[in-house]
Design a protein around this ligand. Sequence first.
Ligand code: PLP
Length: 399
Amino acid sequence: MGPGEGDGEGATCTCTLITVNEAATLTYLDHAATTPMRAEAVEAMLPFLTERFANPSGSHRFARSVRQAVDEARDVVADVIGCQPGEVVFTGCGTEADNAAIVGAQGRYGGLGVCVATEHHAVLHAIEHGGGRVVGADSLGRVDLDALIAALDDQVSIVSVMTVNNEVGSINPMADVSAAVRQHAPRALLHTDAVQAPSWLDLREVFPHVDLLALSAHKFGGPKGVGVLALRQGTVLAPLLQGGGQERDRRSGTHNVAGIVAMAEALRLTDLERSTEVERLGALRDRLVDTLLAELPDVIETVPRDAKVAGSAHICIAGIESEALLYLLDEESICASAASACASGAMEPSHVLAAMGVERRYSLGALRLSLGHTTTSADIDRVISVLVPAVRRLRGTTK
Ligand code: PLP
């Protein structure tokens, strides 16, 4: 994997660009990389890109009305996270929120960071950059709690464990993680990268266990380039950015008002629809995976369904390479991913599958199909009808 690669970045693209008309005919099963924006979120942001353009930090009436919109968005976000509005800090993206938590804690308190080997690079690289400790995962992609406890001591100032893994969809047991951190590293702050969680889990059940929680709008129908760091009252970090002191000195920089307003609307709808969507998309995911497992021999479901979120269909197909399969899917306008989008173009298995100890003959054929708010039953039919013959073709078999 090369420098600068993250989920959604770094794949070498040799393809021709897609047109607007083609985009309408895509079968999009890559919601873990990014989601299409919800129409309501687009509508919510438009006035702030046009007539309501004032800087919310200004003092005139025009500015104050825009500040009110930011405050209302903050109230919505706080309600969905289950925190106080004053605990919500708007950031430029999920990566920034993760870095603000980790770099900010070490900047303020010194000490060491600890994270799990399956974390997104926004966390993993920030912890490694600070000379921290990286602990192992179990075969289901969750933190190895014994390894975590062994890495905890008084030197540790920040622990970061993701709520939901972006590649395989595993859910970490945040209550157990919290109990371990409070007991074995009492000085440490606990951060969770919850970027992949909002569509599947009630954040109100996550936030009580942690001090810091990161979100990214483009993972739940909001725009790219806006995120949240929820920060428990009394938690003080060294700010990443020096500047005008916005967000109560916690994140300088003029607010991305349109992005913030749209994010709040997308998060509100995601929260409202979560239980029905989990049921609907879970059933579609089950049909997809059950059919693929029945039609294709020597395919494994990477993580069992009771250990992961409803929108995640991650399988490993022996005897093929993911890249070749992704190419055939792409030819048929099906968007999927080898693991995280960043691993596309690389021949090495992802760091997540390596940490889980997935056998190489399986991990080289990893396929992530991630469902989301735009996924329909017809999408599932189409993927099955293309994927099954594509795998047979690559294997040179008829079954
Ligand atoms: N954390 C996880 C788990 C992610 O999936 C992503 C997105 O790829 C990020 C962090 C980074 O978020 P952003 O793209 O907003 O920087």
